[in-house]
Design a protein around this ligand. Structure first.
Ligand code: AMP
Ligand code: GLY
Length: 453
C-alpha cells in the first residue's frame, strides 16, 4: 500500500512514524518531509501548497491514500481535486474546512447548532468594530476571519490594544484578505484543552485529550506560537467532561455539517475553554494539532492506518480503539528568536541519544546537508516521552532534551505544569489525608459514535 503524507513538520513526522508501524507495511512518501521523516519515507521536492504537483505525483505513483497535514492545502481544495480524480484522501473538502478557514463561518455555524462558544459580533468596517469595542470594554478578543498562521487572534487587555489590533488587521492588512472581516469576541476564562475526533462524515471517534502550551515563555506568558509543547491526556477532561463535549459540541458539529450539505471527513479538532459554565469552543481546526499529535499518537494502541482508511470509507462505526494508560509529554525545541525572526542552518548535536525507552524525537524544521542535520525552521524538534504518569514522562523528556543541542536552542522548562500540579494534589498521599480527590478518571476517548439526530 502506497501512502503520501502532505507536509513537513513535527505533526507530519509523527503521522509518518505511526503509519509506518501498520501491519499493512506501507510504502510512504512525504511532500516535502524533513530530515527525520526521510528515515521512514521517501521525501519529495513538492511543496505542501502545490496541489497540482501533488495530484500529478499521486496519479503517476497510484497512491492508495493521501493524508493532509496542514490547513493551507485544505483551503486550496486539495481534497476536492483528489476526489474528482478518484483518489482516496484523508481530510475535509474545501467547504467543510470552512470550520477552520473562516472564523465567521465557524461562529455562525455554532450559533445555528447551539454549540457553546463565546458571544461575538462580526464587522466589515474597522470604525464600527472600534466603536463596538469602546462600548463593550476590555478584556476582549479580536480575531481575523481567515487563516493567519496562528497569529490572527489577539487577546486584548485594554480597549486601546483591541482597537490597534483591529486597525492592523483591517486597515494595514497584516494578514492580507484574511482580514476583510473581524470577529470581536467575549473573553473566556478557564483552562484550555484540545479534543480531536476522527470523523467519517456521519460518525466520529474521539481521540485521547491533550493540552498544548501556545505561549513562548514559561508560565504561559508572551506571544502565541505554533505550540511550545503538549501533553496527553489532559486531566481537566474527566469522563464527565468528555461526555459533555460529545453531547454539546462534537455530535452537533458532525451532524450539523452533514445536514447543511458539507459532511466533514478527516480529523475535527475542537479547541476548548473549560469555563465555569462548562466547556465552550475557542476554535475548530480541521486537521491534526501540532504539537498535540506528537503526544496523542504515541498513546494510540491501534493500527492508525486502518483508522485513516475507515474515515475515508465511512466505516468508523463499531470500532473500539485502545489507548495506552501512560502519559505522554512533548517539549518543542525552537530556534532563538522564534516566533519572531530567527536564523537557520545550525548543526544539531545529540540526535542519536542514547535516550530512555519511550522517547521519540520528532523533527519539525530540520534538513539534511552533507550527512549533517541542520535547523531549518522556528520550531526545530518535538521531543516526546511516555511515562507511567506525567511526572515520569516529564523527567524523561527533559533528560532527552538536555542531550540535544544547537546554537540558540530555546525550550520551555515547564511543559505540563498544570497536570503536574494536579498529580501532586491528587497523589495517593493527599487522597489518604483527604486533601483532594480526583473525581473521575480522565476521559480517554475510544468508542465510535453515530450522529443520530
Ligand atoms: P484561536 O486562534 O481562536 O485558536 O485563538 C488562539 C488563542 O487565543 C487560544 O488558544 C486562546 O488561548 C486565546 N483565545 C482565543 N479566543 C479566546 C477567548 N474568547 N477567550 C479567551 N482566550 C481566547
Ligand atoms: N497546537 C495548536 C494547533 O495545532 O492549532
Amino acid at each position: 500500500m502506497k501512502i503520501l503524507v502532505v507536509g513537513g513538520g513535527g505533526r507530519e513526522h509523527t503521522l509518518v512514524w505511526k503509519i509506518a508501524q501498520s501491519p499493512m507495511a506501507p510504502q510512504i512518501y512525504a511532500a516535502p518531509g524533513n530530515a527525520g521523516i526521510s528515515e521512514l519515507a521517501q521525501c519529495l521536492p513538492i511543496p505542501a501548497m502545490d496541489v497540482d504537483g501533488l495530484l500529478a505525483f499521486a496519479r503517476q505513483k497510484r497512491i492508495d491514500l493521501t493524508v493532509v497535514g496542514p490547513e493551507l492545502p485544505l483551503e486550496q481544495g486539495i481534497v476536492d481535486k483528489f476526489r474528482e480524480a478518484k483518489l482516496t484522501i484523508f481530510g475535509p473538502s474545501r467547504e467543510a474546512a470552512l470550520l477552520e478557514t473562516s472564523k465567521v463561518f465557524a461562529k455562525d455555524f455554532m450559533v445555528r447548532h447551539q454549540i457553546p462558544t463565546a458571544d461575538y459580533s462580526v464587522f466589515t468596517s474597522s470604525d464600527e468594530a472600534c466603536r463596538y469595542v469602546q462600548r463593550h470594554g476590555a478584556p476582549v478578543v479580536v480575531k481575523t476571519d481567515g487563516l493567519a498562521a496562528g497569529k490572527g487572534s489577539i487577546v486584548a487587555e485594554t480597549v486601546a490594544d483591541a482597537q490597534a489590533a483591529i486597525r492592523q488587521i483591517m486597515e494595514e492588512r497584516a494578514f492580507g484578505s484574511a482580514g476583510e472581516r473581524v470577529v470581536v469576541e467575549e473573553f473566556m476564562e478557564g483552562e484550555e484543552a484540545s479534543i480531536l475526533a476522527l470523523v467519517d462524515g456521519e460518525n466520529y471517534l474521539t481521540m485521547i485529550s491533550a493540552q498544548d502550551h501556545k505561549r513562548i515563555y514559561e508560565g504561559d506568558r508572551g506571544p502565541n506560537t505554533g505550540g511550545m509543547g503538549a501533553y496527553a491526556p489532559a486531566p481537566v477532561i474527566t469522563e464527565d467532561v468528555m461526555a459533555e463535549v460529545e453531547d454539546r459540541i462534537l455530535r452537533p458539529a458532525v451532524c450539523g455539517m452533514a445536514r447543511e450539505g458539507y459532511p466533514f471527513q478527516g480529523v475535527l479538532y475542537a479547541g476548548l475553554m473549560m469555563t465555569k459554565a462548562g466547556p465552550r469552543v475557542v476554535e475548530f481546526n480541521c486537521r491534526f494539532g501540532d504539537p498535540e499529535t506528537q503526544v496523542i499518537l504515541p498513546l494510540l494502541e491501534h493500527d492508525f492506518l486502518e483508522l485513516l482508511l475507515a474515515v475515508c470509507d465511512g466505516t468508523l462505526p463499531g470500532r473500539q480503539v485502545r489507548w495506552s494508560s501512560a502519559a505522554a509529554v512533548c517539549v518543542v525545541m525552537a530556534s532563538a528568536g522564534y516566533p519572531g525572526q530567527y536564523q537557520r542552518g545550525f548543526a544539531i548535536q545529540g540526535l542519536g541519544g542514547p535516550f530512555a525507552e519511550d522517547v521519540m524525537v520528532f523533527h519539525a524544521g530540520t534538513r539534511m546537508q552533507d550527512a549533517q542535520i541542520l535547523t531549518d525552521g522556528g520550531r526545530v524538534l518535538g521531543v516526546t516521552a511516555m511515562g507511567a504518569n506525567v511526572q515520569e514522562a516529564v523527567s524523561r523528556v527533559y533528560r532527552a532534551v538536555e542531550r540535544i543541542s544547537f546554537p540558540g536552542a530555546y525550550f520551555r522548562g515547564d511543559i505540563a505544569h498544570r497536570a503536574l500540579a494536579r498529580e501532586e494534589r491528587f497523589s495517593p498521599d493527599c487522597v489518604a489525608r483527604g486533601v483532594g480527590q480526583d473525581p473521575r478518571p480522565d476521559g480517554r476517548g475510544g468508542d465510535s459514535s453515530h450522529c443520530s439526530p
